[in-house]
Design a protein around this ligand. Sequence first.
Ligand SMILES: [Zn+2]
Ligand SMILES: [Zn+2]
Length: 508
Amino acid sequence: MLQGSDTPSVRVGMIRGAEEIRFEVLGPHRIRSSDGFHLEAERASRYAVSRSETSVPGSQHWVRFAITLPGERPTRPAPPGAEVRELVVGRRIQLPHLRVDNRETWHLVGPFPDNASAEAFRRGQPRPGELTVLQLPSGQAEGWATLDGRRVQLPITVLPENPQEPQILLRDVLIGIEFHWQHREDELLRGALEIAAGPDGKLVAINELSAEAYLASVNSSEMTPDSPEELLKAQTVAGRSTLFATAGKHHFGEPFDLCADDHCQCYYGASRERERSWEAVRSTWGEVLVSDGRVCDARYSKICGGIMEDYRFVWDDRRIPYLTSGVDGPEPLPVPANSEEAARQFIRSSPDVYCNVDRYPLPESLRERCQGLFRWQVRYSRSELEELLATRVGVRVGRLLDLVPMERGDSGRIVHLQVVGTEGRVILGKELEIRRALSSSHLYSSCFYVEKELDGHGFPEFFRLIGAGWGHGVGLCQVGATVMASRGFSYRQILAHYYRGAEILRAY
Ligand SMILES: [Zn+2]
Ligand SMILES: [Zn+2]
């Protein structure tokens, strides 16, 4: 991330794991490679870069059991049985009015010879959702590629003469990876394009552009551009905060700051921008959320379901003061919904909350995407569910007998779920693993209860999952915030509602 200039720049990973990357530059441009190859083109041209020989750095599998601020001790002891190691990750970024330091310490056990043994170690712990398996590369990948038949050394940089304008068309970008809307798109990009070798030795396409141009796309890629102006402003400030709070951490060891998909923040290039996206950027220029002197990792998701979830029930066990639970509406609700009975009652109800799409009107394009997701049901046959558990998370327990929530968060989301079969029991967690296990893409949320339909012998034949919300539910609820904006709340009021106690500062 460039420092010292008025607007910092960001490196976004657009494509990963590719054998070939195709793109077009729409006007005059230059291309350079690491071995000194240099090309100047006066007019638009198309290119294909394919991988030839790349070196893959060694890597090791570790299990992370805690995250702390640098210098702090984890609150829980390391799981026994392996060597303990600390790794400081993140960046220090000097902005004109704010010194950002997003570094944190990962507490790891390991190393394990492969992913399977690390995963088996994690699964063997009483609360496996507290642990994460990480593959840590021991260096940078290097290598060579062919650019339209010419052998060049990676990385390759493509710089349009006028990078302020969208001049690069990157082909076949996969978006919505592993979610129900996954598809490929061609993305129109401002700034520069870099093609490098990723840690797996395959090609990575990176878009480097100004943070504010990036945000003008993020606010409308995450939400529809017909969203109310105050919502777009709130989304922009949250997106800017997330950018500075997470750069260098979610993709440790990869040659970019954030990826372009739902995993980090959705960035689908300049074709998503509208005049209103830019207006939201200009009127909040450089503004970030700050808490305890650190830029907020301003998490957000589509529909909380009525109660915002606490960070620690979804990710590692840390109390993040601005990401605690709360009711997403004007009226009090019986909270927390963290017992089986309270969760069932809550999911069956239709409370007066901002994200209740059955009560409050939404902009047309958002309504289509969110229809039927405030409250939802999914029904599987036993064999379908056994197949999903086996293929999605490698869980085989014989004939499936039950899915038992062991622990719920304040919003009703299941933190750990026990899968019970004739040949054993396995605990899944936290919410993302549960959602991945119970759908061929991702289940809408982990806020659900289970009803079984039994066959003539008393064995379950069908499982119905009856649920609420879409996404992890932590921080800003995008649909709730849209309704707040259309009811006249300002972006500052919206941010204060979802990120308790955080202040807004201008970083540049
Ligand atoms: Zn990511
Ligand atoms: Zn909500």
